[in-house]
Ligand binder design. Sequence first.
Ligand code: AMP
Length: 280
Amino acid sequence: MLQVSTRQALREALQAARAAGKRIGFVPTMGNLHGGHISLVTAAQQSCDFVVCSIFVNPTQFGLNEDIDNYPRTLDADKSLLDEAGVDLLFTPSVHDMYSDLELTWVEVKGITERHCGASRPNHFRGVATVVCKFLNMVQPDQAFFGRKDFQQLAVIQRMVEDLFIPCDIVGVPTARAPDGLALSSRNGYLTPEERVQAPQLHACILEAKARIDAGEMDYAAITAWAKAELEAGPWKLDYFSVCRQADLAPAEPDDRELVILAAAWLGRARLIDNLILSR
Ligand code: AMP
């Protein structure tokens, strides 16, 4: 696996692949890689001939109260995982490569960013959309792969690519989970052993909410209240638990058919998110 760290070196490394007519797949990450990231690589390899992965802890998507300095950085282990998985090119730019000292241009997707994670993390999605736009412009992949685990993020990127006519196909990859149901996440590393045992409860609550909806429940506010009581009876602090329309992530109405249950909650130091799509 070739590793490059500058825009110029990236351009040169991609030239040969492009000249050979290869279909380029791109997997952006913040590192501290796990099986979820590798499932994106595998999906990319299934439809592309040349897979580029980036590792960049993006400062503009962290809030002032969020500890970017303590975000886990495990580059050597990440490189081994990507090499083993057969990634062709790893791009590891510095903050200086990605942002100017006085950044004047931002990509902001309105509407779908205001609720859920956007409500508790102001400017988070502006940082995500801006950095992903920069990466898509630099790599110019045929397809880019994102996890459905970050459902709202995937919706924001899909919308940005549509609105800005970015010629790249965005592919959503199903959530990779531990055998007990917990969605794999870099943030799981913040859990104590006791919290790790409790952590699958978030997914279990989402599954129970789905079962209630499948059984005919349409009072979605009651489902939210039930989930809050259930989780906060234990060690959790709920951020949101919401039955939404898939189309715009607004709270679902009884007539809506294509739904997604979105949830985020704190367990100790870890803010965990999860979701499930369903049709009625
Ligand atoms: P991150 O490094 O956390 O920014 O994530 C990089 C990419 O991996 C994003 O597209 C995430 O949605 C995706 N991802 C993270 N966890 C999982 C998972 N458990 N299953 C599938 N994709 C994931």
